[in-house]
Write a protein that binds this ligand. Structure first.
Ligand code: DON
Length: 315
């Protein structure tokens, strides 16, 4: 993709947002329930836009890799739709939960069927399905992202993965609980290994924007030169993925995100957020300090400013 010079109008918009977003440093808090994530220096901000024309724009720390965490659930959801099709919907719903990303409250009354593929419980079921489908799902996941970013060096951070694996008691409880309802096929330990690997994957904003561009482009990826590449999903399925991002991508803040930004998003506790502007492109932001709902504080601000300054919206 072609990255742009300071004189391009969109690059100037991003430079302005970069400057404004940095004034929010100190107002949020880096995630610390995964001990290795608590070590990430807080005062960082990056942003990247990838357009379906093959152009890309980057500011701040937009080329620096960070822990994608729950943004990985977007890619696993896409892989599950592609490989398992509608069978997915027998094991996970597609309604907003209205609860925190790691809540268990609905699981008992709803007999181990999570509300949607983006809350932790739903993502664990998706990873379980993919664990059945692939001999080594974590490596298949990495391979998929390496293709989408054209970066053979993309990796997960083993320290972050081990840190979450050793302390993720709530996710372990959820996996065993769903197993008790028969909604987990593989061993919870194996599913958690795979889940911690996918969450610990590191990508930059530019890579994230590029890797999700197919969602803005009728399901078709673009290659490094901006030319049409793999049809990752049929157009209808790509539309459904963005619908779910709009309703469930920011958990119990999905309504607020829709009100303030109006674009389909997926957030992660590493401080990353990816947004899709259907037909036009994708936007990735990263800033590690989170708000009280666990979403990037400066990232949310930056996306709101971007739609204000460009008029981009979800048609
Ligand atoms: O399962 C967890 O708690 C983390 N690996 C991911 C959570 C996350 O990113 C939630 N998103 N805001």
């Amino acid at each position: 993709m072609t990255t742009h010079t300071p004189n391009h109008p969109l690059q100037r918009v991003l430079a302005q947002i970069d400057e404004e977003a940095r004034t929010l440093f100190g107002k949020g808090k880096v995630a610390d329930y995964i001990p290795a994530l608590a070590q990430v220096p807080p005062r960082q901000f990056g942003m990247a836009v990838a357009l379906t024309t093959g152009e890309a724009f980057v500011v701040g720390e937009g080329r620096k890799p960070f822990s994608i965490q729950s943004v990985s659930k977007l890619f696993t959801f896409v892989m599950a739709l592609k490989t398992c099709g509608d069978a997915l919907w027998q094991r996970v719903g597609r309604e907003p939960s209205g609860t925190r990303f790691n809540s268990m409250v609905q699981l008992e009354s709803e007999r181990g069927v999570p509300r949607n593929p983006f809350i932790n419980a739903g993502a664990l079921v998706v990873t379980d399905m993919l664990t059945t489908r692939y001999a080594h799902f974590d490596l298949a996941f990495l391979g998929k992202l390496r293709r989408l970013t054209d970066d053979p060096n993309l990796r997960w951070n083993p320290v972050v993965a081990a840190s979450e694996r050793a302390t993720g008691h709530r996710n372990m409880a959820m996996a065993y609980f769903m197993k008790s309802f028969g909604n987990l096929v593989n061993s919870p330990e194996l599913v958690l290994d795979n889940y911690c690997h996918q969450c610990a994957t590191e990508m930059s904003c530019l890579q994230l924007a590029r890797a999700t561009l197919f969602l803005a482009n009728g399901g078709r990826d673009l290659d490094a030169k901006g030319q049409p590449d793999e049809q990752v999903l049929p157009p209808d399925e790509a539309r459904r993925v963005t619908a779910l991002m709009l309703t469930c991508g920011a958990y119990d803040a999905a309504g607020d995100f829709a009100y303030r930004i109006g674009l389909p998003v997926k957030t992660g506790v590493g401080g990353g957020i990816v947004a899709v502007v259907p037909g036009r492109g994708t936007v990735a932001v990263w800033s590690p300090e989170l708000d009280e709902k666990g979403n990037s504080l400066a990232g949310l601000y930056a996306l709101e400013r971007l739609v204000q300054l460009t008029g981009w919206h979800h048609d």
